[in-house]
Design a protein around this ligand. Structure first.
Ligand SMILES: [Zn+2]
Length: 242
């Protein structure tokens, strides 16, 4: 049972070329889409580091303000103690003397707590300093990385665009070499499957879905019929040298 060739047979070389172009175009379009994504990520990282640094600086500022206020409070209380000591010298009664002494003692106690708090606050401020330096370094690094990413993407994009344009032209040209009926079927599968429209057959296996392609179907491909995988629907072709 021999089958005759179709009126206009499909050139295996055309299908191989079409598959190669579809894969290259898919790869280039993916790279083209990746560019803006990389830029957005790099810029978002810079913004994140800026925010981090700003919040540490704010924390530092708030801690300084609080420590300054405590220091002013301490000075005011010390001045108050000086006042009371002057009054103590001029105290006219034992009762007044004792009352002043108690007041001074209470203020001194409060001041000693305040002084401890100030020391603690200053120690905390000292700990924030390395954090600020760290955040500044991280921000600078993020900015440098973003600059590099922008440079790289700006250099790559025109090359990718021109490669896409060249391949799209090559695709049109190659598609024109398909016989009318095969072209119609090919266009339909491209609409449905895009870059996965074609698959090679090796050792009776569709390389698109890895299922068996019967021998009679392989023979149809060899005869130049437009043939599609029964399982995945890809247009099948025999790879070079097979
Ligand atoms: Zn398949």
């Amino acid at each position: 049972m021999s089958r005759s060739s179709p009126k206009e047979s499909v050139d295996a070389d055309v299908l191989r070329t079409l598959h190669r172009i579809h894969q290259q175009l898919a790869d280039l379009r993916e790279r083209r889409a990746r560019g803006p994504r990389q830029l957005r990520n790099a810029d978002a990282h810079v913004a994140h580091q800026e925010q981090l640094l700003a919040s540490i600086r704010e924390e530092d500022k708030a801690m300084r303000t609080a420590a300054d206020k405590k220091q002013l409070d301490l000075k005011a209380a010390e001045a108050r103690i000086d006042d009371l000591r002057a009054k103590l010298i001029r105290a006219s009664s034992n009762k007044e003397y004792q009352a002043l002494k108690e007041q001074i003692a209470a203020l001194e106690m409060a001041n000693s707590v305040l002084a401890d708090e100030i020391l603690e606050a200053l120690e905390k401020i000292d700990l924030v300093h390395p954090k600020i330096a760290e955040a500044e370094a991280a921000l600078e690094k993020a900015r440098e990385k973003a600059r590099q990413t922008h440079d790289k993407v700006e250099q790559e994009m025109p090359v990718i665009e021109s490669d896409i344009a060249r391949l799209e032209a090559e695709l049109k040209e190659t598609e024109a070499a398909l016989p009318a009926e095969a072209k119609e079927l090919y266009r339909r599968v491209v609409r449905q499957r895009g870059e996965d429209a074609l698959a090679a057959v090796e050792e009776q296996t569709c390389l698109g879905c890895y299922t068996n392609v019967p021998l009679n179907v392989c023979n149809q491909i060899l005869l130049g019929y437009p043939v599609f995988c029964k399982t995945c629907g890809r247009m099948l072709y025999i790879p070079e040298g097979a």
